[in-house]
Design a protein around this ligand. Structure first.
Ligand code: GDP
Length: 298
């Protein structure tokens, strides 16, 4: 992820290295090149515009430090602006005052929700919690089995409809799961929901019905970082249709251009909280904007 963007930025910075002072023309030329690099990485236009606006203003402004040469100054500003679009500070999960804390996962089919449910359960268990995984994806064949396998691997109980895959009412399952969590003293309930290949009113209505049944403390929108510009429309649809409190980027191990990662915070207005970086349960991290920005700058 981000290889092309990293290479492009590094080339742009190299050209600035020999310069003693940056003229306005230098700043404009650099900003133009960075703008192109971001657009080619599939970053959404409003995000690019905001980024370039800040960059120009800051590079021209009085904040320019005497201790850094022009190339270092531009790198510093680009780094800080990247951190800003990635959300600034990392945000932690919000736990309910009265357990169980309910975390609902939403997103398109194939985004990585079920995998993420297993990863999150494993992560929370390692931090001393007693999570319960709930199989409310009754649409995708095999989603229930997949969650059961992941739950077994993570050593976490899975609440699923008795009939197994593809049968039952997800809202009823969700309600039953909350009651079970209270009885079994599980302090966190992770609800996997069904997605479709594209944005779909019926899917949105089902996710909203599950939301109303479980009243989640967190609704995490899982988005495949490989999907590029499409991520923006999907994020907007889930923001408006279900309401989201945080974002999880999945498939950050892929070799796509990374625009989704850089756009989704702006589009949803919600923090990126976790990163999924592979198919194994351990391929998971709390999202740190600062670290991601450093990775992009190489
Ligand atoms: P869901 O339909 O949203 O529940 O998506 P799944 O969790 O079933 O994931 C869809 C596919 O993507 C599966 O083959 C997963 O193994 C794979 N997958 C999920 N997360 C990642 C990830 O972070 N990296 C990679 N490389 N593959 C992933």
């Amino acid at each position: 992820m981000f290889d092309t963007l990293s290479d492009r930025l590094s080339g742009i910075f190299t050209k600035l290295r020999g310069k003693g002072k940056l003229t306005d023309a230098d700043i404009d030329a650099t900003a133009r090149e960075i703008r192109l690099a971001l657009l080619e990485a599939d970053v959404a236009l409003p995000v690019v515009k905001g980024f370039i606006g800040s960059l120009k203003e800051r590079a021209r402004g009085a904040e320019v430090s005497q201790a850094l040469n022009p190339a270092q100054q531009v790198i510093k500003i680009v780094h800080e602006e990247l951190v800003k679009i990635l959300g600034g500070e990392a945000r932690r999960l919000q736990f309910a005052k009265q357990p169980p804390t309910v975390i609902m996962l939403a997103g398109l089919q194939g985004a990585g929700k079920t995998t993420l449910a297993g990863k999150l359960a494993r992560h929370l268990k390692a931090h001393g919690h007693q999570p319960l995984l709930v199989a409310c994806d009754l649409q995708r064949p095999n989603a229930v089995n997949q969650l059961q396998v992941l739950g077994e691997r993570a050593g976490v109980e899975v609440y699923a409809p008795a009939a197994g895959n593809g049968v039952g009412d997800p809202v009823e399952v969700a309600r039953g799961a909350i009651a079970h969590a209270v009885r079994a003293a599980r302090d966190i309930v992770i609800v996997d929901t069904a997605g479709r290949l594209g944005i779909d009113l019926e899917m949105m209505a089902q996710a909203a019905a599950i939301r109303d049944a479980v009243n989640p403390d967190e609704t995490l929108f899982v988005v495949d970082a490989m999907v590029g510009q499409d991520a923006v429309a999907t994020a907007e649809a889930f923001r408006d249709g279900v309401g989201i409190s945080g974002v999880v980027l999945s498939k950050l191990d892929g070799d796509a251009r990374g625009g989704a990662a850089l756009s989704v915070r702006h589009v949803t207005g919600q923090p990126i909280m976790f990163a999924s970086t592979g198919e194994k349960l351990e391929d998971f991290d709390v999202f740190h904007p600062e670290r991601m920005a450093s990775r992009i700058l190489g």
